[in-house]
Design a protein around this ligand. Structure first.
Ligand code: IPD
Ligand code: CA
Length: 267
């Protein structure tokens, strides 16, 4: 791929896809090679592997080559979250690192490009399954070339909802109390371990909704656009908050209301 200065969202999508594929190949190879070095971050349960670090380095190298001069925000090395009016790449080299560590195939590479905090193009790859979701703002969402549409759910009590939990145990206790209140009022809950894939699941109609406290920009930047372009209503974390909610339009208000009743504001 050559380095072309363009804001065309389909070309940006192609770049996000190419980065995601190459990084995904590396992550999968490292997983198959076995024995990874593991360190912890914000708590003993928040892990980072050598593969996370190598994957982010590769993503940064590819973006420097194909999109020279554009800033990158990544989970492992940080960086500029945005530059006013300019493009910024947002990378989660492995989303679902705990799954990756255990060999559970539900982990992802997530790459998005944003302007002023709004995602313009995105890709999420699931290397263990060879699946790839992508989206361009206004250009729709696809998984492996097939156009995506959210589920048609309209009844919250018959809806399958994804969520995730913090790495901090005090916050997890509050999240547990909240989901205990929600469970009797929905079909069931899923905690699959990758926010990026949870959002792609909403896009694919595999979940009717998803909500989580404690997300970072790299967890949702790609998946949120993919879900939006598939027809989901996505409420991004307002300034000062880290709570994201995404759902098919028929249940989004009732899901938000139920979560509020179950203490979402205090989580
Ligand atoms: C985590 C996953 C998980 C979510 C956490 C995230 P990581 O990302 O997306 O599903 O519950 O909030 O931090 O640490 O595996 O990149
Ligand atoms: Ca993540």
């Amino acid at each position: 791929m050559s380095s072309v200065r363009t804001d065309d969202v389909e070309q940006l999508r192609a770049t996000a896809v190419a980065v995601t594929q190459q990084v995904g190949d590396l992550v999968l190879r490292m997983r198959l090679a076995g024995a990874d070095q593991v360190q912890t971050k914000t708590s003993d349960t928040d892990v980072v592997t050598a593969a996370d670090r190598s994957a982010e380095r590769l993503a940064r190298r590819l973006l420097a080559q194909w999109r020279p001069g554009e800033p990158v925000l990544g989970e492992e090395e940080g960086g500029e979250g945005s530059t006013t009016g300019g493009l910024c790449w947002v990378v989660d080299p492995i989303d679902g690192t705990v799954n990756y560590l255990y060999g559970l195939p539900w982990y992802a590479v997530s790459v998005a490009v944003q302007r002023d905090g709004q995602s313009l193009a995105a890709a999420v790859g699931q290397p263990a399954a060879g699946r790839l979701w992508s989206a361009a703002r206004g250009g729709g969402a696809r998984c492996d070339g097939v156009a995506l549409r959210v589920s048609g759910a309209t009844q919250l009590e018959l809806s399958l909802i994804g969520t995730g939990f913090s790495y901090r145990s005090e916050r997890r206790a509050r999240q547990a109390a909240m989901v205990a209140g929600m469970l009797p009022k929905i079909r069931d809950l899923r905690r699959a371990g990758s926010a990026a894939l949870d959002l792609c699941s909403v896009a694919s109609g595999w979940l009717d909704g998803f909500a989580e406290h404690g997300l970072h920009r790299w967890d949702w930047a790609a998946g949120a656009l993919i879900a939006t372009e598939a027809g989901a209503v996505v409420r991004l974390p307002p300034r000062g908050s880290d709570f994201l909610l995404a759902a098919t339009p028929g249940i989004v208000d009732s899901l938000a209301e139920l979560m509020a009743q179950c203490g979402a504001d205090a989580v």
